[in-house]
Design a protein around this ligand. Structure first.
Ligand code: ZN
Length: 134
């Protein structure tokens, strides 16, 4: 067992190994496998194969500079994706709590908290008052 581990260690010298992008690709492979259980389409077989080959190719690659660069790009992309999803969730939460009215006079958008019934809304932009159901 130790012998095998030693051999593997020697094999991995100068090779790239795991990184965040590979972990993401491995997770993606797992998702493809799970979806494949429910959707019996050959497309998922090829997706599984492609992503797992990509993981191993990157892991055993000797071009560590290029792999590092790929990972940086992925991290950059993942950061913005997370920001975007976070923003979207925030907006959805806001939408649940507030109702947006449009002033009939000037078209200014006004945000009113929900759940106060029929109320008079005051437009701060033009001073117009109108009724609305919050
Ligand atoms: Zn107005």
């Amino acid at each position: 067992m130790d012998n095998l581990r030693d051999k593997f260690r020697r094999f991995m010298v100068g090779r790239y190994g795991m990184d965040e992008l590979n972990r993401f690709l491995a997770a993606l492979t797992l998702i493809f496998v799970i979806v494949h259980l429910f959707v019996r389409s050959p497309v998922f077989f090829w997706l599984e194969l492609a992503s797992i080959i990509l993981v191993y190719m990157r892991m055993f690659s000797r071009n560590t500079g290029k792999r590092f660069h790929e990972n940086q790009k992925y991290l950059h992309f993942a950061f913005y994706a997370r920001e975007y999803v976070g923003n979207l969730r925030f907006k959805l939460k806001e939408k649940g709590r507030y109702k947006i009215f449009k002033c009939p006079d000037c078209g200014q958008k006004i945000r009113i908290p929900r759940g106060h019934g029929k109320i008079e809304i005051h437009c701060r932009s033009c001073g117009h008052n109108f009724m609305g159901k919050s």
